[in-house]
Design a protein around this ligand. Structure first.
Ligand SMILES: [Zn+2]
Ligand SMILES: [Zn+2]
Length: 94
């Protein structure tokens, strides 16, 4: 089974059969983020996909690849501003 290396903790994570380029995998060590995997000519690689939970409803959202602090996300009919601290994103009511 192919594996990718978690960019955050360095652990090898198995890429299950049927995984497609752009899918998200879980790293067993890194609870706050997912791994976005890519297949390039048969070689798998992974980048971090950050997650944030809504301060209102606790729904966990996976942030897009090009997210930057200061961006806004929508949940519960309102917008939240993203902040980045201690290696993780958080959503703050505006
Ligand atoms: Zn990890
Ligand atoms: Zn919400």
């Amino acid at each position: 089974m192919p594996t990718v290396r978690c960019p955050d903790c360095g652990a090898f994570v198995e890429v299950p059969e049927g995984t497609r380029s752009g899918d998200l995998l879980e790293c067993p060590n890194c609870a706050g983020q997912a791994l976005r995997v890519r297949n390039d000519c048969g070689q798998w690689s992974a980048t971090l996909a950050y997650r944030v939970s809504c301060p209102e409803c606790d729904e966990v959202m996976t942030l897009p690849e090009d997210v930057t602090p200061g961006d806004t996300i929508q949940c519960c009919g309102r917008a939240y501003r993203l902040t980045f601290e201690y290696g993780a994103f958080a959503a703050e009511a505006m």
